[in-house]
Design a protein around this ligand. Structure first.
Ligand SMILES: *Cc1c(COP(=O)(O)O)cnc(C)c1O
Length: 415
């Protein structure tokens, strides 16, 4: 079923896959380099392509699909809301909004929520929040607010966010850049502490850097950042868009170090893989800085988004998905340690159902391994040259996980 030889030529020549890819390349901007598979349907951890081949999805939309494809509870919540009301704009109240904000705040142990749509918008919102808090509450002189970020960061693609990216691909040709950010090495507490000054309003970090290759900071780092930011009156803003909502085996990756930041930035899985839902979640002191008209979004906090987000929060409240991620994650990392021991990998990083694997150069690039795994019925994606990322849906069965790992082992061993 997963053999590429089952492709059937279409009327215009080439397989259905080839024709759809050619058409996409002709009519869409080339801002991505997707693997050559055209997905038509999906359920749980499995997707089916236009030619009927099935694959295990070991990427899960970079954590947007933590609950798998078409989770019945999320589909039901979306369908029910589709037939009631989908959009009001924030010009009016709607009857899903209050509960979504209250229950998300409670899940986070916080007081207030500012809902947006995409992750990048939520990060932008956090940047604006921190600056405004800096001027209004901390008393930083107007226009001086500084935000400390880490090298290797990934916080999204807007002009302000790429201004503090250290990835030339993300940044080059998109200037002039937004000032007000200082980059320090990720995982280096002394460097971060030295960068804090009187105009510093926030430290913005991913508790585990996903895009950089699932980099877990050294033990004690996040706790150290929490201590330094608390001592210096600086907000600790945790971008948990990819790491949060169950992925690492806890609701938030910060929990592994017993850390509670001042601000959570959430996205991806918050929309259940159904709609884009993001949010900034914080205290009344911090999010209370906004007055009507100062920030917003037409779609942010819409009824459909809130209905799906509410179901996501309800699912996370049970702890079931975090538990699965912890248990299957231990199994995943034990298996990957075996591949490392066998010399099939040069490094493995990660936490829970999340791993970055470095491929020995003689066994091919991350891209080559991803393409080979595609022919074996497993979807993964490379990041940088030598790394592939595994982030299966938290609903994956142990058998399907093992099936995928067997194929990974075979793919690496064949080179
Ligand atoms: C994906 C991601 C973003 C950006 O989210 P979009 O929805 O793609 O805008 C921001 N931060 C992190 C850590 C992410 O993984």
């Amino acid at each position: 079923m997963t053999q590429r030889t089952s492709s059937t030529p279409g009327p215009q020549g080439g397989t259905a896959t080839e024709r759809q890819i050619a058409e996409a390349e002709a009519h869409s901007a080339h801002n991505y380099h997707p693997l050559p598979v055209v997905i038509a349907e999906a359920e749980g951890a499995w997707v089916t392509d236009v030619e009927g081949r099935r694959y295990v999805d070991m990427l899960a939309g970079y954590s947007a699909l933590n609950f798998g494809h078409a989770h019945p509870r999320l589909v039901a919540a979306a369908k029910a809301q589709l037939e009631r009301v989908t959009l009001t704009s924030r010009a009016f109240h709607h009857d899903r909004f209050a509960r979504f904000c209250a229950e998300l705040a409670e899940l986070c142990g916080m007081e207030m929520v500012l809902p947006m749509n995409t992750g990048a918008e939520a990060v932008e919102t956090a940047v604006k929040t921190a600056r405004k808090w800096g001027y209004r509450v901390k008393g930083v002189p107007d226009g001086q607010a500084k935000i400390i970020v880490a090298d290797g960061n990934f916080h999204g693609r807007t002009t302000t966010i790429i201004s503090f990216s250290t990835d030339p691909e993300a940044r080059a040709d998109f200037g002039p850049y937004t000032p007000g950010f200082e980059v320090v090495p990720y995982g280096d507490l002394a460097a971060l502490e030295a960068a804090v000054d009187d105009s510093t309003v926030a430290v913005l970090l991913e508790p585990i850097q996903g895009e950089a290759g699932v980099l877990v900071p050294p033990p004690g780092y996040l706790a150290g950042v929490r201590r330094v930011t608390a001592e210096r009156g600086v907000l600790f803003v945790a971008d948990e868009i990819q790491s949060g909502l169950g992925r690492t085996g806890r609701t938030f990756a910060c929990e592994h170090e017993g850390v509670v930041p001042d601000v959570y930035v959430l996205g991806k899985a918050l929309g259940g893989g159904v709609v884009p839902v993001s949010a900034v979640v914080s205290s009344r002191e911090v999010l209370g800085v906004f007055r009507p008209g100062e920030h917003g979004s037409t779609f942010g906090g819409n009824p459909l988004a809130c209905a799906v987000g509410l179901e996501v929060v309800a699912m996370l409240r049970s702890g079931e998905y975090q538990g699965r991620a912890a248990e299957l994650g231990d199994h995943l990392h034990a298996e990957l340690a075996g591949l490392l021991g066998a010399g099939l990998l040069t490094q493995v990083r990660g936490r829970g159902l999340w791993a970055g694997l470095d491929i020995p150069p003689e066994r091919g690039t991350g891209r080559a391994v991803s393409e080979d795994l595609l022919t074996r019925g497993v979807l993964v994606k490379d990041t940088h040259t030598e790394t592939i990322r595994l982030a299966p849906p938290l609903v994956i069965s142990k058998d399907d996980l093992d099936w995928s790992l067997d194929r990974l082992r075979a793919s690496l061993a064949r080179r």
